[in-house]
Write a protein that binds this ligand. Structure first.
Ligand code: ATP
Ligand code: MG
Length: 458
């Protein structure tokens, strides 16, 4: 809008085409050859400047979505809030966004091009197109507002992003409070980028984070679900979690969990959650798969467990109590974060397995080893045991059982294994189903290979 960009020529920066995906390059070249501007923008430029591997490559252009579609056979227009073009290359998608204006003086002629705000000033729809000099001001952070020009491989910097990246500073573009109110998800994005990049949040950008936490209430729960996945499965879950707690965002996302973590009874669940998140980060670092099922199981476990204990005291069977509690908690949670059924169903299963794994005697016990969610449930049990939320002897029983040969396993479940110690009083844990522990030292054939409890596996 006001000033032109600082243009950093190719020799003065380290963003190389060698590190940009072929598909993103193809899209940019085709736009360029058709006479349009084409820039790599957002996390792609930011991460390459930092010498990191970008998660995805977003393209910005002056071509309108319809024009983009005409250039690519494998292209679909999506989005109502923002109209975007998705160019498909097999399973890879390159997102192409048309430059949009922040000022209302620019507008196209159809209804789609209108800016729509709600009473609180939130953006409901924004399809006013503009030039790159307009587009930059509606991006969130300076570090996310750099444009790599495919025409000459230079970087265009309007907002001082290059300097902020060099200094490790996360700075919102424009007046922070207004920018957060426009789109409260930016609060979570601030946390996510600070955690992921290890950046310091610039004071004016940080100041509203806590006071504006309640504005997250107005964000659709489905969008918060997407953000939660990015926060917790992106490889920086521990750092994100700590910031979310610090700024009161976690309380907005998971109010019941947050209250328990803050209470005296929260101790094992704080430890459990931290251990699980650490584990998830480690798995991401090692390129092992992570899934939302494990994540939500761990996140919601504390309140579910507490509620199940209460229901048990009121006369429900352990399994029934747990299932009822899980339903209750997960239903309530949907008001903040819409977790889809394809995730809540297996989460419930994994929780129920925590009860079923308490049985260590009888033929049916061996059947558990073949259960599709056994691995995840076992990993979770190990984490719980380490955090003081389950009987370590029980976790050990399952560890050892897996290491035995068939005959050994049969023998083991005849006696029900050995239990190191009963669970904490009042938790109704050990021996609930099988009538208690029996010492059985002789059965141990060989040292079981203790597998790493696997973060978000399963
Ligand atoms: P990553 O892909 O690593 O999570 P990113 O910065 O690429 O990070 P995206 O969500 O992919 O983030 O968005 C791409 C770009 O779009 C951002 O860099 C930013 O410029 C802009 N952007 C995305 N979401 C918002 C938002 N809520 N408000 C303002 N700008 C946004
Ligand atoms: Mg991106």
């Amino acid at each position: 809008m006001e000033t032109g960009p600082r243009i950093i020529p190719r020799p003065e920066h380290n963003v190389s085409r060698a590190h940009i995906s072929n598909n993103a390059l193809k899209v940019m070249y085709r736009l360029r050859d058709a006479g349009y501007q084409a820039f790599l923008v957002g996390g792609g430029v930011r991460d390459l400047l930092l010498g990191r591997e970008p998660k995805d490559f977003d393209i910005a252009t002056d071509a309108h979505p319809e024009e983009v579609r005409q250039l690519f056979r494998n292209c679909r227009l999506i989005g109502r809030r923002f109209r975007l073009a998705h160019v498909f290359f097999g399973r890879d998608i390159v997102e192409v966004a048309t430059f949009r204006a922040a000022g209302d003086e620019v507008g196209a002629d159809d209804e789609e091009s209108l800016l729509l705000l709600d009473d609180d000033g939130r953006i409901l729809r924004d399809n006013r197109y503009g030039g790159i000099g307009d587009d930059v001001w509606r991006r969130d952070f300076t570090a996310n507002a750099l444009y790599y020009n495919i025409a000459d491989f230079s970087i265009w910097d309007y907002a001082g992003g290059v300097e902020d990246i060099r200094a490790g500073v996360l700075r919102l573009i424009g007046e922070p409070e207004g920018r957060y109110r426009e789109d409260p998800v930016r609060l979570l994005r601030a946390v996510r980028f600070a955690a992921k990049l290890g950046f310091r949040i610039e004071p004016a950008t940080e100041a509203p984070l806590r006071p504006l936490a309640p504005t997250l209430e107005s964000v659709p729960p489905a969008r918060l679900f997407d953000e939660v996945l990015k926060l917790f499965l992106g490889g920086h879950a521990v750092a994100s979690y700590e910031l979310l707690r610090r700024y009161g965002h976690f309380a907005q996302l998971f109010p019941v969990v947050d209250a328990l973590l803050d209470s005296e009874a929260g101790e094992p669940y704080r430890a459990l959650l931290l251990a699980a998140l650490r584990n998830t980060d480690q798995r991401v670092a090692e390129d092992e798969p992570v899934t939302p099922v494990f994540l939500f199981c761990v996140l919601l476990w504390g309140p579910v467990r507490r509620r199940a204990v209460a229901l048990e005291a009121a006369g429900e069977s352990p399994l029934q109590a747990l299932l009822l509690a899980a339903d209750e908690l997960m239903d309530g949670q949907q008001r903040q974060v819409a977790v889809p059924r394809r995730i809540t169903t297996p989460v419930k299963e994994m929780m129920a397995l925590q009860v079923r794994l308490q049985r260590t005697r009888g033929r049916r016990v061996l059947g558990m080893l073949g259960h599709p969610r056994f691995r995840a449930a076992y990993d979770f049990l190990c984490l719980r045991a380490a955090a003081g939320d389950a009987d370590p002897g029980l976790a050990q029983f399952w560890t050892e059982l897996q290491a035995l040969d068939e005959a050994g396993q049969k023998a083991a479940v005849e006696t029900g294994g050995r239990r190191a110690q009963p669970a904490a009083a009042g938790e109704g844990e050990a021996g609930q189903e099988d009538g208690g522990a029996k010492p059985a030292r002789a059965r141990r054939r060989r040292r079981p290979r203790r597998r790493k409890p696997g973060g978000a596996s399963g």
